[in-house]
Write a protein that binds this ligand. Structure first.
Ligand code: SF4
Length: 482
């Protein structure tokens, strides 16, 4: 048995006569063409939405948007790679009607159309809403770190900068001593060969002093701006904690609808953590889905009493884990061991004593009421309850009822916390692994947001293709334009 044989490379073969014959009916590229064909580019604000009447004809922005969506679905995002695909990939050639824009034209389209591209994501979401693809009842809010175009070596926190300056100052002193020693050695007869001549050392010192001056300048800039860190390559990116340590990233927030795991809203932030984002993202989810009330699932990183209250007031029902009591980690009774007696406004402790209101306290933008008892001194449970000489102190947030209601909700439906994980992590998993888009190619929050818009659009498109199929989508999109 031999191997399968192909055609001889020099042999004449009959290729299909049209590009269309290469693209089968179920090819996703057909959906892209139908989608961009159904958009009103002038209304969306695309540059050159209408062809110029004079001058050299330009590329149709419909084709360039289609190319970017196709690229994001096929792990080809850079303008140079897209240029290459237009010359060799049958899907790209079909989509671009065999036109071959150069990388600059492709890159400029993305640079000049950030906001219209964002609006395109909205248009697709509206189409999905009409098709009933969003459940509009429950969403998960989650954030994930995406690597920025900025090496961590080119990021300086105040602490790191102070360390670098101190080290460089010490090196300057060392060089000055070495130059002195080299000068003395060179003056001796015959001069012993020093490892580096005075001239070479002076040259090195000059470079070191230049670096030191740059770092001192950066330190001044940080002091003036009040920022805690500076990134030299992408000024908007920030050093953040990631699952693999820390890196210079953006924090992308998403709101994912529970029906088909479609992304309803997203935002690129440079906040290092998710604290305080829940209210903002929950409201974006409400607006995107056109609902007054919605259930939002989130992880413990979003826990903040004020934000949960803000959500409640806005019609957003939250489900997120409550933080563990600090007392438990110190081996002491958790606050859950104390029962709050609302009519008497006091806590009853495990020993049966009442901790009554003593004072008010402000912390973390919240007002707390403080409760204590005089009974701790002689209490047999004291070692398990407090390490303080003054006895056990309990703090109750004045809006604690908000958290009591959250606790009740979780007790009623604990499975929703597990549901959150499945829901929110699906889009990020797909985007980062299957679509290879866990890092940005552009610099600056504005451009990075455009990249995210294309990623979200292609993720949602991919999901809907899996749910509805190509033909059904095309029929619906074409019907929407007629
Ligand atoms: S130490 Fe004080 S608060 Fe704690 S159980 Fe004893 S009496 Fe109650």
């Amino acid at each position: 048995m031999g191997y399968m044989r192909g055609n001889e490379r020099g042999q004449h073969i009959l290729f299909p006569s049209t590009l269309d014959e290469y693209i089968d009916e179920e090819n996703p590229v057909r959906v892209i063409a139908a989608f961009v064909g159904a958009l009103d580019f002038a209304e969306l604000g695309f540059v050159r939405a209408a062809a110029a009447e004079t001058g050299r004809p330009g590329y149709d922005p419909r084709l360039l948007l289609g190319l970017y969506i196709w690229g994001h679905l096929n792990k080809v995002r850079s303008s140079r790679k897209l240029e290459r695909e237009c010359e060799r990939n049958l899907e790209a050639m079909w989509l671009l009607e065999n036109l071959r824009p150069d990388f600059k034209t492709i890159a400029d389209f993305r640079k000049d159309n950030g906001e219209p591209i964002k609006q395109t994501v909205v248009k697709f979401r509206l189409w999905c809403l009409r098709e009933g693809l969003y459940g509009r009842e429950m969403v998960a809010v989650d954030g994930s770190k995406f690597k920025a175009v900025n090496n961590s070596e080119r990021n300086f926190t105040r602490k790191k900068l102070a360390k670098v300056i101190k080290r460089e100052e010490a090196r300057v002193a060392e060089y000055l001593e070495a130059i002195e020693a080299a000068d003395q050695a060179e003056a001796r007869e015959p001069p012993p060969p020093p490892p580096l001549s005075g001239e070479q050392l002076r040259e090195k010192l000059k470079k070191l002093k230049e670096r030191l001056a740059q770092h001192e300048q950066l330190e001044q800039t940080l002091k003036k701006s009040g920022e805690s860190q500076v990134s030299l390559t992408d000024a908007d990116a920030r050093l953040m904690k990631t699952s693999k340590g820390s890196d210079v990233c953006y924090n992308v927030q998403t709101v994912v609808d529970s029906k088909h795991k479609l992304i309803a809203a997203y935002e690129v932030t440079n906040e290092g953590n998710d604290l305080g984002q829940l209210g903002k993202m929950g409201k974006q989810g409400q607006e995107a889905l056109g609902v007054k009330e919605v259930t939002v699932l989130a992880d413990g990183g979003y826990f903040d009493g004020n934000t949960i209250k803000e959500c409640e007031e806005a019609g957003i029902t939250t489900y997120l884990p409550l933080p563990h009591s600090k007392a438990t980690s110190r081996g002491l009774f958790a606050i859950e061991r104390f029962t709050y007696d609302e009519p008497r406004d006091c806590y009853v402790c495990p020993q049966g004593e009442s901790l009554t209101f003593r004072a008010k306290e402000q912390a973390n933008n919240k007002e707390y009421r403080i409760y204590r008892t005089h009974a701790c001194g002689l209490c047999p449970l004291r070692a398990q309850c407090t390490k303080s000489q003054k006895g056990r102190k309990l703090r109750r947030w004045v809006e604690q009822a908000v958290l009591e209601r959250l606790k009740e909700r979780i007790r009623g439906q604990p499975e929703l916390l597990k549901e959150r994980k499945k829901l929110a992590e699906h889009p990020f998993g797909t985007i980062k692994r299957a679509m290879d888009q866990g890092y940005f190619l552009m610099k600056g929050k504005k451009k990075v947001t455009t990249e995210t818009s294309l990623t979200v659009l292609s993720y949602n498109l991919k999901r809907v293709i899996n749910i509805m199929g190509v033909e059904k989508m095309i029929t619906s999109m074409q019907a929407a334009t007629t």
